[in-house]
Design a protein around this ligand. Structure first.
Ligand SMILES: CC(C)[C@H](C(=O)O)[C@@H](O)C(=O)O
Ligand code: SF4
Length: 465
């Protein structure tokens, strides 16, 4: 019987396997950041263990960094401490750090791919749930906890039970104004924030195949928001073209050898999945969330479910969620006034996202009472945006182009949405307090966010093309 892509990669990385026990899986690349690594390094220090393969570990500072004046000392004491610990630990243990001021610094899930560190066929982990992003390259990439970070630092392996396999096919063509962010928000709204729990998802179908690497990363990034362990997409020419020539990508004879292997990375025709779901791209309209988990989403022209449309057992949490959002069951979101627009995060802060937004807003101006933050995913994205004159388009539109970091994706740094305010955000989580205490988040695509920035309201981007 044929194998799924996931099985091909997983099986070829098993160091030890015993019935009724987790597999010991070799890890090709371990990314670390300032939030989930300090205790892991402390653990090593206490036991007197070195990092087993420091060259296979890459560090960046992203969650706690400010996105203005990065050349100055970090103002918040806790954030400053976290970033200083990362600098100290990586120096002591011989791990390469792309810290503040480094030309490669940025959000961990943005820099890995753009530097050519993330490659097809790899196993990749990071103490961060959105490690699933790297699966867009046909890698088995997943988030791990702090104690597992220590395990991987010490052994370059991880003990893991093999997840079940799910295939999600999206067929047909996307309508105008619909982006990959809308695909994934749509899928999550259909299967719920726990609909893929216990599975590793492979995305397939021509609507996925036709996406750029950036767009594929957006989809894999949010796999975790439906409970999946990770998501991946078989690599193809779009993948290989993206990787070729990047800083750490294989070159010359190494490239040829790698490419020959990468071309074997697909699910065989007769491979068995534990579950298969199929969607039609033509059914997807620009999406927006109305609640406090990413599964509470809908098409931008639709109405929030009325109470009697919600299953009885889910009504209490549904009500609580809408109270937090100060929204009425059964109401529409179109035309709703918003206060902030955040275009950034590891979901949508790559150069393609910024280009799309710049094309859309060129020559236009934001609504007066809206604050618009554009936060590039990395120093390289920031530099590229400046090279292309995108910074000028944003400045003319009244959008603030800031410096790279996780920023308002989560309230762990200076960038917070004030209490009670509504923010249209291109990030991946709309949990209570996620963007700041009592801040209210609508998740959407970069185009839907840009459209709202211009009107100051929830807007159907298709009306203004
Ligand atoms: C801080 C980190 C551990 C966390 C994660 O695991 O995803 C963060 O990146 C997030 O997006 O919530
Ligand atoms: S941008 Fe947001 S989702 Fe991504 S790693 Fe940072 S905090 Fe997590």
């Amino acid at each position: 019987m044929g194998k799924t892509l996931f099985d091909k990669i997983w099986d070829s990385h098993i160091v030890m396997s015993k019935p009724e026990h987790p597999d010991a899986v070799y890890i090709n690349t371990h990314f670390i950041h300032e939030v989930t690594s300090p205790q892991a390094f402390d653990g090593l220090r206490k036991r007197g263990i070195p990092v087993f393969r420091p060259q296979k570990t890459r560090a960046t500072a992203d969650h706690n960094v400010p996105t203005l004046d990065q050349h100055l000392p970090i103002k918040e004491a806790l954030s400053r401490h976290q970033v200083e610990m990362l600098t100290k630990n990586t120096a002591e243990f011989g791990v390469e750090l792309y810290g503040l001021g480094h030309p490669y610094q940025g959000i961990v899930h943005v820099i890995g791919p753009e530097l050519g560190i993330t490659l097809p066929g790899m196993t990749i982990v990071c103490g961060d749930s959105h490690t699933s992003t790297h699966g867009a390259f046909g890698a088995v990439a997943f988030g791990i906890g702090t104690s597992e970070v220590e395990q991987v630092l010490a052994t370059q392996c991880i003990l893991q039970y093999k997840p079940k396999r799910m295939k999600i096919e999206v067929n047909g063509s996307l309508k105008k104004g619909v982006l990959s962010k809308d695909i994934i928000l749509y899928i999550i709204s259909k299967i719920s924030a726990s609909g893929a729990t216990g599975y590793f998802v492979e995305y397939a179908g021509d609507a996925i195949r036709n996406l750029s690497m950036e767009a594929r990363m957006t989809i894999c990034n949010m796999s975790i928001e439906m409970g999946a362990r990770g998501g991946l997409i078989a690599p193809d020419d779009i993948t290989f073209d993206y990787i070729k020539g990047r800083q750490f990508a294989p070159q010359g004879a190494d490239w040829d050898k790698a490419l020959a292997y990468w071309k074997t990375l697909y699910s065989d025709n007769d491979a068995q999945f534990d579950k298969v779901l199929t969607f039609d791209a033509a059914d997807i309209e620009p999406q927006i969330t109305y609640g406090t988990n990413p599964g509470m989403g809908m098409g931008v022209t639709q109405h929030i479910p009325a109470l009697d449309q919600v299953e009885e057992k889910e009504r209490p949490s549904f009500k609580k969620s809408l109270e937090y959002m100060d929204l009425e069951p059964g109401s529409a979101l179109l035309g709703k006034k918003i206060d902030y627009v955040f275009i950034g995060s590891c979901t949508n802060s790559r150069i393609e996202d910024l280009r799309l937004v710049a094309d859309y807003v060129k020559g236009k101006r934001k609504a007066d009472d809206v604050v618009v933050w554009i936060v590039p995913g990395s120093k390289q994205v920031e530099a590229q945006a400046k090279e292309e004159g995108i910074d000028k388009v944003f400045a003319a539109a009244g959008f603030q182009l800031r410096e790279p970091g996780c920023s308002a994706c989560l309230a762990m740094n200076e960038d917070k949405v004030p209490a009670g305010m509504y923010c249209i955000s291109t990030s991946n989580r709309n949990f209570e307090g996620r963007q700041g205490p009592n801040a209210r988040t609508f998740l959407a695509s970069p185009l839907t966010a840009a459209a709202a920035a211009l009107t100051g309201r929830v807007t159907d981007v298709r009306d203004n093309f």
